[in-house]
Design a protein. Sequence first.
Length: 275
Amino acid sequence: MKKTNKILFPIVGFAIMCIYLFPIYWMVISSLKKTTEIFASVPTFFPTEITVESFKNIFSKQSQFQKYILNSVLISSVNTVLTIILSAPAAYGLARKKIKGVGFLIIFVLVVQMFPASMLASPLYSLFSKLGLTNSYISVIFANMTISVPYCIAVLRTFFVSLPSDLAEAALVDGCGIWGTFLRIIVPISKTGIMTCAAFSFVFAWSEFMYSLTLLNDQKYWPITLGMRLFDGQYGTQWGELMAAATVCSLPVILIFLVAQKYIVSGVTAGSVKG
């Protein structure tokens, strides 16, 4: 029975992995096909003739695709930095300070994080419109933080609770101060948790669509997710260019998880036995 399981489990796992990865595979090979092959009545699972024409088209001088990529990098990077700056001290305070009703507060934070963007987009548009912040990077960054900050607070609080309190107490006795203890002691040993939150914050902002659609009318502020709409025109969809744009859009997310997978796995599982 054990020998059968050793053979069966890897096969089942590989099959499940192939099912999940097939859409990505289809996206990539479609971006390398000619238009006639994409619309062929009999689909091909590998391009009969590989072409990079779709990639040339999206990066042509007439296209603003490079601008959309830079906008996404700017929005996602600033969102990540601000999220960590705000959520890390808040999570540490909730983990170390004895606050009445902290359990209810954490539940409230989690509930806020679960609100769909479609529900919050209209109220946020009304708020930013009155403040004169629509059609700006700031509005989208702040809107994205409504998703990333609650998530990071919940994850980092659990991580900080799992840390031994002796380190912070010893630093305070030595006169390090609260902020000195947090910045010099807690932050360095919490690298895995912070990097996990940073990675997810970047991905949340990079893949966000609804807030950008609601808050940004001027194309010069559009991120890549909004810019991809231009390939879906009134008279048809440019599937080759759309698949090429989707492939480029997916690369940063894939690279982040490949590079930071060690930190992400340990960061997500750290402190899971404590609340």
